[in-house]
Design a protein around this ligand. Sequence first.
Ligand code: MN3
Length: 240
Amino acid sequence: MSRSSTSAGSYALPRRAFLAGAAAGAAALAGGLPRVSIAQGAAPHELPKLPYADNALDPVISARTLEFHYGKHHAGYLTNLNNQLKTTPELAGLKLEELVKTTAANPNRTPIFNNAAQTWNHTFYWNSMKPGGGGQPTGKIKAKIDSDLGGYDKFKADFHANALGQFASGWGWLILDGDKLRIVRTGNADTPLAQGKKCLLTIDVWEHAYYLDYQNRRGDYITAWLDKLVNWEFAEKNLG
Ligand code: MN3
């Protein structure tokens, strides 16, 4: 079964196409962020604090959505993961990024991969947003979008179409693939991290991310996210 489909200006990352060994992004993510460490230690894994109050993204994303999304969904993946690791001590010593990559490469580990990747993806998503964010980037990330993705307006249209076009649950991403920016999407729990890509930004397009605020209007959620929430400073830090 294909987990995702391609569209113009984007491509779907094939699950387990390859596995790069580098600790992609972990070092770059460590500096300067408000006490949220994406690079977490071994089990039991901890739920990082949200980098803002749960009403700070209102009205684009309501406190009620964050309350469920962070407090129930994200926390649920983490609880499931820690429970799974109690019976797989050979994996319990791995840091979260290593756990994602290791389990992605092994089809017998898909249940653990799903919870590990969802735990990592959500922390990355919280940091991909900030109150008062959105709009056009500046600095290095702007220059890179101009050179690799045809400028901000084309980026915005392509990022929107890519995330809107993810069939059912998944994620839209801006990544660094080699030395080029790319807009990609992944289905369900899948993540470019599993393939050693450097993630710069992500938007969660599972219905639980937007349904209370936007119902079926995923496109309106993506537009509001781009215009009012996207955290370009986080993307620039990840770019390195
Ligand atoms: Mn989610």
